[in-house]
Design a protein around this ligand. Structure first.
Ligand code: GLU
Length: 418
């Protein structure tokens, strides 16, 4: 028995077992690689604006301590539970190892709809969560970052709360902070830009010119919106976008700048247009060159996988494709899958740059951040392609095999302690 239950952790476990089989990892070594080293659950009380007290449940899972501190985002969403957070922490481990970052994976979150809180309540909850986590985090222990439902402002509150308790400013305790509070240039855009950078690489391999290619993006948060904007900058036409409030599709292409403006003003896509409204269940199945799921996990099911009409599946979200859907995609070689732990790694790579800059108090230009990010993404992409070719496996199996293998090798050489 384990506390790590639920469909998302089951998915992380199934994926891991496939990779462990591929790498012929003995059965007795597997639990050490899969199960998180630590999990913390906290109750976070806040005063509501109406004077009542409310308590929210928060979590932080630190998957492994073998390569350095743990690293990963903090999610504020109603879906958050210990199983989901643990699965996301496991994926962060393989993602960081694939990119060659000196981190284990972590993830945290609070079970809350952040949109149902006032700004004051959101600040109170963010500060309380970090305060509860102070004994368990640190710049060389566990470094938080944004994820779904959190943003630069929440990171600034986290950093400020931690710093107040230390009695000095500790910028390196979180990444994804505003530039004005020790954040790095290019972090906010890093994930979405990385997704499109890799999509261009994949398009080339598919013999499709990025200029003039078509794209569909599900999710219009930090990852989806920047991916859509970057796609347009690279000469692509974005045919469809959606968030949890609305879905738009236009075969002639959408005005992404206007949609981004609308989302910035209203916080959501709803209300932008009535003519372009589209069925969200059918958006991902429309014909396009690049399909970017950048919302939730487990949206690409076997049925949808069989109906996809894209040439490149660029996974901006974590875990958007179920293992059953993967089996369908393996029978569809015309679709190039850029697996999540490669495709959305731009965020944590630039988080690493931010941590390094904060530790050194030596800051880089945006061009330096972009160049180094692209170098790491290109290296990872080449490693995944070489491994897929060498082992005769899918790009997902290749990417995860590289990540799992690095963690396993380090554990074998270090011993049982970490
Ligand atoms: N939440 C992001 C992810 O899932 C970023 C994590 C980080 O920057 O540490 O990769």
């Amino acid at each position: 028995m384990s506390i790590y239950i639920g469909p998302v952790f089951d998915m992380a476990r199934q994926q891991f077992e496939l990779i462990a089989d591929h790498l012929a990892i003995p059965a007795d070594e597997r639990p050490r690689l899969l199960y998180p080293k630590r999990a913390v659950a906290v109750s976070c009380p806040i005063h509501r604006d109406d004077g009542t007290t409310a308590v929210f449940q928060g979590y932080r899972v630190q998957h492994h301590l073998t390569l350095g501190p743990t690293k990963g985002g903090t999610r504020f969403a109603l879906s958050v539970d210990i199983g989901e957070v643990a699965a996301l922490a496991v994926w962060m481990s393989w993602k960081c190892a694939l990119a060659g970052l000196p981190y284990g994976g972590a993830k945290g979150g609070i079970t809350v709809d952040p949109r149902a809180l006032s700004l004051r309540e959101l600040e109170a909850l963010s500060r309380r969560y970090m305060q509860e986590m102070i004994p368990f985090v640190g710049p060389h222990i566990d470094v938080m970052a944004p994820d779904m439902g959190t943003n630069e402002q929440v990171m600034a509150w986290f950093m400020d709360t931690y710093s107040m308790y230390q009695g000095r400013t500790v910028t390196e305790i979180v990444t994804g902070k505003p530039v004005a509070t020790g954040g790095t240039l290019g972090r906010r855009e890093a994930t979405g830009r990385g997704v499109i950078h890799l999509a261009e690489r994949a398009l080339h391999l598919q013999g499709i010119a990025p200029t003039g290619a078509t794209a569909i993006v599900q999710g219009f948060g930090n990852v989806g919106s920047v991916a859509a904007i970057t796609a347009v900058e690279r000469g692509m036409t974005v045919l469809g976008v959606s968030d949890h409030t609305a879905c738009y599709f236009d075969p002639k292409g959408l005005d992404i700048a206007a949609l981004a403006q609308h989302a910035a003003t209203h916080g959501v896509l709803a209300g932008y247009s009535t003519e372009a409204l589209f069925d969200p269940a059918e958006l991902l199945a429309q014909r396009c060159d690049v399909l970017v799921p950048a919302a939730m996990e487990r949206v690409i099911t076997p049925d949808l996988a069989a109906r996809l009409q894209c040439r490149v599946l660029a996974e901006g979200a974590n875990g958007p494709t179920t293992p059953d859907a993967d089996r369908v995609l393996e029978q569809r070689p015309e679709i190039f899958v850029i697996p999540d732990i490669l495709c959305n790694a731009g965020g944590v790579v630039v988080s690493y740059f931010e941590w390094v800059q904060d530790l050194q108090q030596f800051f880089w230009t945006e061009a330096e951040v972009r160049d180094r990010l692209n170098q790491i993404l290109d290296r990872s992409f080449a490693q995944v392609m070489a491994r897929a070719h060498q082992d005769g496996v899918s790009t997902r199996t290749a990417a995860m095999a590289i990540g799992v293998e690095k963690v396993r090798d380090a554990k074998r050489m270090r011993g049982l302690f970490p």
